[in-house]
Design a protein around this ligand. Structure first.
Ligand SMILES: CC(C)(COP(=O)(O)OP(=O)(O)OC[C@H]1O[C@@H](n2cnc3c(N)ncnc32)[C@H](O)[C@@H]1OP(=O)(O)O)[C@@H](O)C(=O)NCCC(=O)NCCS
Length: 168
């Protein structure tokens, strides 16, 4: 993916809204616009209902006179002193404008408040945009999982495991 950086959004125009299973339909629709295969509404609902589920919807006002519109989401899971990013996505119109970074910062803050010490995630080894985002947020590679994902055409795809220390 070679999206060029767009006009950075002023963070005051980006709000992060905590969401739960009541937003599963909206989230499944957004997920389907960004991922293939997409998660079903039922699996989204299941994931958002899990104890420890922490998810945010980013809403953006693209200019002082604009109405807020959904721009992206992050879904995380907190367990004991560890947290994991299960999925993150930003709609194409808002990519390269800082929304992904704000979503990660929001989740990292929530995880830290819940006393998590590290934030983990897995990313497909060929997802350069996501890898660049995670690196820019301070994540470092801690391992590789061979054939962790299966592509639509059945091809196995390796995953990189990344971690971010949540400093006290
Ligand atoms: C990955 C994704 C969430 C990034 O969100 P985003 O809002 O565009 O990210 P940001 O604007 O906060 O980017 C922050 C930094 O990450 C890096 N980055 C993000 N997208 C990039 C891209 N396409 N190419 C190169 N670097 C990129 C840049 O360093 C960027 O800073 P810069 O714009 O000042 O150069 C978004 O591209 C997306 O939703 N992709 C499809 C779904 C997906 O792959 N999700 C991740 C699954 S693990």
């Amino acid at each position: 993916m070679t999206t060029t950086a767009g006009a950075r959004l002023d963070p005051k125009f980006v709000s992060l809204v905590w969401i739960g299973p009541e937003r599963a339909v909206e989230l499944a629709e957004m997920h389907a616009r960004l991922f293939s295969p997409a998660w079903s509404e039922a699996s989204m609902q299941d994931s958002l209902s899990h104890p420890g589920s922490t998810a945010f919807l980013a809403r953006v006002r693209d200019g002082a006179d604009a109405l807020p519109e959904p721009a992206g989401f992050v879904m995380g899971q907190l367990a004991a002193d560890e947290a994991e990013i299960l999925s993150i996505g930003v709609l194409p119109k808002f990519q390269r404008r800082g929304v992904g970074s704000l979503l990660i910062e929001g989740l990292a803050r929530a995880a830290k408040r819940a006393e998590a010490r590290r934030l983990f995630l897995e990313v497909a080894a060929d997802n350069q945009a996501a890898f660049a985002l995670y690196r820019s947020c301070g994540f470092t590679a801690i391992g590789m999982r061979k054939g962790y994902y299966t592509r639509k055409d059945g091809e196995p795809q390796d995953a990189l495991a990344l971690a971010l220390a949540l400093d006290r």
